[in-house]
Design a binder for this molecule. Sequence first.
Ligand code: 13P
Length: 234
Amino acid sequence: MIIALNNKCNLSKKEFELYQKELSNIKENDSKLILCPTATYLALYNLSNMELGSQNVSKNNLGAHTGEIAASQLASLNVKYCIVGHSERRNDEHEDLETVNLKVKNLLNNHIIPILCVGETKEEKEKGQTRYLIAEQIKTAIASLTPEEKSKIIVAYEPIWSIGTGLIPTIDDINMVLSLIKEILPMSKTLYGGSANDENIDYLKKCKLIDGYLLGGLSLKPEKLQIFINKAQN
Ligand code: 13P
């Protein structure tokens, strides 16, 4: 089971140091835990019970790109995973699918595993566009990759209407999307993200295609996170 923690834009430096201390007590059991802190804290990472992930990467390599962080710089900090295509970046920062594709390539060239996020809005879901949109998002993101590169990608299904809202899809809906992802990328691990927590994990576990979870809000609550990890496994 993969459990990735997306801290998003949260915590001061002092709060992060305290949080990291609390995380060091987490028992991962058989799960692979991935911590994706705010970029400013990547260099403070010092945990042995989880691996390090980034929330973003530049579409460019090293050079004159003010404010950007290149994949090779992430690799030099021991970053092993990186979230790409998160809906908050696609919506707030107008990141398009071609940009996501460039980022995926830069990451793979630097031996960092992309965690590619895909998902639809409530309106798109109601119009019956989910399958088409998810397939488009994945196919554009993996354009011109080799089969070996494609096999490394982790895909996280995060319905946009579910992120931070307390709403989760039905098991049938999750199964439909995850089986579509596995049709396109048969070797890929598939995660679910969107309001997953220590209370709805028993329900989500009914979906046998889920290889793991991408947690936002819950990632900031170490005690509840431990309950989630324990429940996710048995
Ligand atoms: P929440 O778990 O807060 O809904 O966030 C999910 C998410 O966006 C993880 O990337």
